[in-house]
Design a binder for this molecule. Sequence first.
Ligand SMILES: [Fe+2]
Length: 136
Amino acid sequence: MDSCYRLRQKGIVPVLAHPERNPTVQARPGDLAGLVRVGAVVQLTAASVDGRLGRASARCAKRLLELELAHLLASDAHAPGVRGAGLSAAVGAIGDRALARWLTVSVPEALLAGEELPSPPVRMHRRPGIRRVLRR
Ligand SMILES: [Fe+2]
C-alpha cells in the first residue's frame, strides 16, 4: 500500500493487472479497496470477465466491478497468439454499455493524458429513482 502511495506522490499511476486472477484477491476482493484508496488503478483482463479464464476469475471480476474497484478492461495480450485478444465478449458479459465504455475508453484516455480519472457512470441498480419509474 505504501508503494502505491509513493508512486502516486511521484506522479506515477500504478496499474494492477488482472488481480481477479490472484487467489488471495479472489478470496477477499474487497481488500483491494485500500490500494484503490491510495491511488492504484485496477485493470481486469477481458478473458476473465467473459469466463474464458475460469469461474473464479469471472466471479472475482464481477465482484470487483460491483464494488467499483475496477477501472480498466484490457486484453492482457502480452504477445500475438497468447489468447483471443478481443474485448467484445467481455463487454457483452458486463451488460452495461456506459460502464464498458468507461472501462475501455474514458479511463484509458484519461490515464494516457495524465488526467484525473473520470467518475464511473451511475449504474442502473444504484438509481433508485429510475428503478422506481421502471416498476410502474
Ligand atoms: Fe498479464
